[in-house]
Design a protein around this ligand. Structure first.
Ligand SMILES: [Ca+2]
Ligand SMILES: [Ca+2]
Ligand SMILES: [Ca+2]
Length: 146
């Protein structure tokens, strides 16, 4: 069961695949743009992060402890490794950072609560949103040459 859940999660956590034939970030947008309007809004990010949180909160206590985060980290790492052959999207590092333990444990108590994880959606969008429209679009991935 857990394995299946993790596999299903990989698609969500793969903002940049080597096979992305179009613009960098298009795969991310495909996965996170819930209403398919071409823009990933803060609401969509928050909702999706809620899904991810739920998947990795194995004991469902509303908090990701260190052990649970290890699985989350490993999943992302394996995922990046699988895609290492291709060119990385330029926004890849920033996108990954938004999912790390350090980034999300706001009060530094060694656990990432759901409130912390969701609250960091704002900071994540801000970090990735280059053109300042408060949403994430292909333009924010430093794709092609403008
Ligand atoms: Ca949207
Ligand atoms: Ca937990
Ligand atoms: Ca915390």
């Amino acid at each position: 069961m857990t394995k299946l859940t993790v596999l299903a999660t990989i698609a969500i956590l793969t903002p940049f695949t080597a096979s992305a034939e179009n613009t960098p970030g298009s795969h991310f947008i495909e996965n996170w743009d819930l209403d398919e309007n071409g823009t990933v809004s803060l609401e969509e990010i928050t909702e999706r992060r809620g899904d991810i949180f739920f998947m990795f909160d194995q004991d469902e206590n509303g908090s990701l402890d260190f052990e649970e985060y290890v699985l989350f980290d490993e999943t992302r790492a394996a995922d990046m490794e699988n895609n290492a052959g291709g060119g990385h999207g330029q926004g890849g590092g920033r996108m990954q950072e938004g999912l790390t333990f350090r980034f999300n444990d706001i009060n530094d108590d060694g656990e990432v609560s759901k409130a912390e994880f969701l609250e960091r959606s704002v900071a994540w969008v801000t970090m990735v949103d280059h053109d300042g429209d408060s949403a994430i679009t292909a333009a924010d991935f430093g794709s092609r040459s403008n």
